[in-house]
Design a protein around this ligand. Structure first.
Ligand code: PLP
Length: 337
């Protein structure tokens, strides 16, 4: 199968499977799992934070960050397109009694500071208490400029807010900008990172923050059913994801541009290559093309895509150049048929 639906579909490498099989483990709820402890210490130091927490998923890591920064009746500012507003089941409101205040994202994925400032509530019992700004990087495959992150830091300092990054794909941003990850993470009070997307681990995310924030998040993780016992099996794979699978993200980005160029040669398909900054290709497909029929035809050839006339194709470590070439061939064939 060549699976373009997401970078979550990668399967653990032989090296990961071997590390999983031989991982030293203990009960992590007692703090006894040496492999989890090692991953958390490594991750904290690597990203310039005092502490880290190994979480079951990116959704959990984001929710824990929101619940650690905010109390009942507080609110966080975020993008209308933010994953932790739109795609996480309303968890902050449902489970945290925290109100989201979404702001329309600009075309480049940023949030406008004047619009954000206007949304901050005065200290008055009519209103929720605005506590946090949450950004996302990458957002829909786009990279937030480093200068914007520095301005976001100034903005939150000025308004006495905290700053969280949903960094599910923050390594894609760092690789695309050709900077060390700390150039990005330095601006934030907390960062969540998915190990199970482009970095190729089977399960798991990290939350980074100071000691106090991570202690609160650890408590909420247990309350939410995220105390995972011998989780070192997963942390072993997570460590390999962080140490071995970062540099190769550049291949995914190059493959995305290559795929975009190939698609632009087909009539009825349009990709804005300038917006293809990381591992995602967004293809506008002419309404005359039945995308559901197309997806079914491709599936018969062991190629998986999500049917949409604004189709998202995602590159990852299980897709190489020849897979892309095969995909283009099958696409041409299916369109003819
Ligand atoms: C995937 C994703 C998440 C959530 O991660 P899960 O592990 O799927 O829960 C959060 N934020 C962004 C931007 C994501 O892409």
């Amino acid at each position: 199968m060549i699976d373009f639906r997401s970078d979550t579909v990668t399967r653990p490498s032989e090296k990961m499977r071997t590390a999983i099989a031989s991982a030293l483990v203990g009960d992590d709820v007692y703090g006894d799992d040496p492999t989890v402890n090692h991953l958390e210490q490594f991750a904290a130091q690597r990203h310039g934070f005092a502490a880290a927490l190994f979480c079951s998923s990116g959704t959990q890591a984001n929710l824990l960050a929101l619940m650690a920064h905010c109390e009942r009746g507080d609110e966080y500012l975020c993008g209308q397109q933010a994953h932790n507003y739109k795609f996480e089941g309303g968890g902050a409101a449902v489970l945290g009694s925290i109100q989201p205040q979404p702001i329309e994202n600009e075309k480049d994925g940023t949030l406008d500071f004047a619009k954000l400032a206007a949304a901050i509530k005065p200290n008055d019992p009519h209103f929720a208490r605005t506590k946090l700004l949450s950004l996302e990087n990458t957002i829909n495959g786009k990279v937030l400029p480093l200068s914007y992150l520095a301005k976001a830091r100034e903005f939150v300092n000025q308004h006495n807010l905290k700053l969280h990054l949903d960094g599910a794909r923050v390594y894609n941003a760092a690789v695309a900008q050709n900077v060390d990850i700390t150039e990005i993470t330095q601006h934030f009070d907390s960062v969540s990172i998915c190990l199970s997307k482009g970095l190729g681990a089977p399960i798991g995310s990290l939350l980074l923050g100071d000691e106090q924030l991570i202690a609160k998040a650890r408590r909420w993780r247990k309350v939410l059913g995220g105390g995972m016992r011998q989780a070192g099996l997963l942390a072993a794979a997570g460590h390999i994801a962080l140490t071995e699978n970062v540099a190769r993200l550049a291949d995914d980005h190059a493959n995305a541009r290559y795929l975009g160029e190939c698609l632009n040669e087909l009539s009825g398909f349009e990709v804005n290559i300038n917006h293809t900054e990381t591992n995602m290709v967004f293809v506008k497909i002419d309404p005359s093309i039945d995308v559901h029929a197309l997806a079914s035809a491709l599936k018969q050839r062991d190629i998986l895509v999500s049917p949409s006339n604004l189709m998202r194709l995602v590159m990852h470590l299980d897709i190489n150049r020849s897979d892309i070439e095969l995909f283009i061939q099958c696409l041409k064939y299916s369109l003819k048929g």
